[in-house]
Ligand binder design. Sequence first.
Ligand SMILES: CCCCC/C=C\C/C=C\C/C=C\C/C=C\CCCC(=O)SCCNC(=O)CCNC(=O)[C@H](O)C(C)(C)COP(=O)(O)OP(=O)(O)OC[C@H]1O[C@@H](n2cnc3c(N)ncnc32)[C@H](O)[C@@H]1OP(=O)(O)O
Ligand SMILES: Cc1cc2nc3c(=O)[nH]c(=O)nc-3n(C[C@H](O)[C@H](O)[C@H](O)COP(=O)(O)OP(=O)(O)OC[C@H]3O[C@@H](n4cnc5c(N)ncnc54)[C@H](O)[C@@H]3O)c2cc1C
Length: 642
Amino acid sequence: MAAQIWGSEKRARRRREISAKIAQMPELHDSKPLPFMTREEKIMESARKLTILTEKMGQIIDPTDPAELYHLNNEVLGLEGNPMALHGVMFIPALSAQASDEQQAKWLPRALRREIIGTYAQTELGHGTNLQNLETTATYDLATQEFVLHTPQITALKWWPGNLGKSSNYAVVVAHMIIKAKNYGPHPFMVQLRDEKTHEPLPGITIGDIGPKMAYNIVDNGFLGFNKYRIPRTNLLMRHTKVEADGTYIKPPHAKINYSAMVHVRAYMLTGQAIMLASALNIATRYSSVRRQGQIDKSQPEVKVLEYQTQQHRLFPSIARAYAFQFAGAETVKLYEHVLKEMKSGNVSLMADLHALTSGLKSVVTYQTGEGIEQARMACGGHGYSMASYISEIYGVAIGGCTYEGENMVMLLQLARYLVKSAALVKSGQSSKLGPLVAYLGVKSEPTSLIDRIPNSGFTEYVKTFQHVSKRQTLKAADMFFGLMEKGEKREIAWNKCSVELNRASRLHTRLFIVEAFVRRVNEIADIRIKEALTDLLHLHVNYELLDIASYALEDGFLSASQLDYIRDQVYLYLGKIRPNAVSLLDSWEFSDIELRSVLGRRDGNVYENLFKWAKSSPLNKTDVLSSVTQYLKPMMEKARL
Ligand SMILES: CCCCC/C=C\C/C=C\C/C=C\C/C=C\CCCC(=O)SCCNC(=O)CCNC(=O)[C@H](O)C(C)(C)COP(=O)(O)OP(=O)(O)OC[C@H]1O[C@@H](n2cnc3c(N)ncnc32)[C@H](O)[C@@H]1OP(=O)(O)O
Ligand SMILES: Cc1cc2nc3c(=O)[nH]c(=O)nc-3n(C[C@H](O)[C@H](O)[C@H](O)COP(=O)(O)OP(=O)(O)OC[C@H]3O[C@@H](n4cnc5c(N)ncnc54)[C@H](O)[C@@H]3O)c2cc1C
């Protein structure tokens, strides 16, 4: 199963080997539990481990393999981030995709050797989503052939970029490019921020940390201001766009090609989210098979809480989602790598499809991951609320994904643009022009769903039902939009008035893609035992998801009430079938105890003893009487006794 999850036998084996090596290297382990550290201590601890990794990485992993790097990162540095988180996730990808060959030769080897640390500085205090209204300017000075970076007012301060505050000495900075008083819109520039020897900010640069956040606090998200700060013309990333010495602007082959670093993260973060969901579920499911509370049959002993149907219903559909996200994520990364290769050589024809797909997936996956992690936390009862479970930290980090890399509602609306265009093709009889991901919009469906009507139809009737629902909502929302415009409403106003319905279409389309990715994967599996276990999980997935969106299928009578009862029964049937495999389905992800960082989710199940040990190690327990008591509470009580 690990081979299915991680993509191949070899990958699964490599993960095990890497975990085993790390287990033997105490210098790479947390020196004490992270929840007992202050933010400064965590940052220090992370930097300590990071420098050891830079020295020894080659002995543990193949540093050119992103999957091995990611695993090493999760085990050693953990999900709360590290001082170079954005260096690998955005700085290097931005340089790789947007710098010219000559620029890459100058900067990439230095970045890869970690001679310099970089980040991606785009978002500002006043604007994150609406890139067209960013306020930082890069004005071309023809006389010196330099760009002058400037922060005209407080809202133009860069705000949020990871590792910008304290760790990075370089950044890819996005600024509006102005040449001879003409604004060419946001463009990426390579900018040195700090002196390479002293790490002091360079003159003209104001920089710092934005303060503690809901989670992800090892990362120093930062602010940055420029006071007429000059950089050479050749620091504009010039793979696709060029500015010649005389100020001549050569435009890129696609207007949004400079957005590729964002698409990179959107594509890769899906499996990152799947890992966080599976981690939280692993903790909760292991604990649920240790925790005994109450009886189902009063004549019998107390049961493991995992025997309760409500507990299964809380956890198992999310187990199915974690697998589904992992499989959909693997497909998306493959597509991204393909499009990136094409894009580098100037073929931009698939960019729109990739943008639409990743925008939808990013939104649905992060939202459902957050939901699933929070349910996992509550499924642990009181101990879920303790940092000893570590689930609240996983939640805090994962939920950030709903916001970063494009706020979810906004990204759903980006997919909706693509769906509305596709709907227009269908309506004008040009269905043959539809891309493969939306081809179903042009296919006529049966009058009613055939779920439970055709024996042995596998998952086909489920997929058709998802397709019907998604198609109907897309066409309905598009009709509403076109209708408002026909009535004379301005395009943008009409769009806003339909945007809730449009986003519903985007979610349904994305959920269909996720179901189909799961089905595609299960169909490919040769090993009969693995196929059987995943088929059970897929049954749970299609029935649970369909029940969740049933109102869309009921409103036009595509599904009947009796079919809905069948679907509900199937959910309960498969909850029971999955119960014996539940812990194994999560243990198959092979997270080590080092990586999970959870007292509650330990592999050995020795929960109570270790919780007591953990509590005793709390800094508050170093002394029996705290100074808060001697200074305030004791005098208060004494005064009251007088
Ligand atoms: C195994 C290896 C693993 C490796 C590890 C990797 C990942 C690890 C996982 C987790 C990550 C962990 C840590 C990272 C943590 C944090 C990082 C966060 C970093 C950031 O947080 S970094 C800032 C991100 N900040 C945004 O995310 C801003 C969102 N805001 C936008 O993105 C734009 O503002 C938008 C798109 C809303 C509007 O932009 P706009 O105003 O310019 O355009 P407009 O709406 O007018 O659209 C005109 C036409 O452009 C098309 N279009 C747009 N974008 C396109 C694209 N990319 N490609 C192709 N076409 C595109 C449209 O589809 C439309 O097409 P049409 O007209 O045909 O419909
Ligand atoms: C943990 C974390 C890490 C980050 N790392 C980086 C980084 O490394 N580099 C970087 O540059 N940035 C980074 N960011 C910033 C992040 O990319 C932005 O916060 C994000 O893009 C959302 O933009 P915003 O904050 O402007 O939200 P806003 O756009 O102000 O969102 C507020 C509300 O307005 C709604 N809204 C906005 N526009 C529309 C619209 N057109 N239609 C409908 N509704 C709309 C949203 O849906 C939301 O409900 C990070 C953020 C976080 C939380």
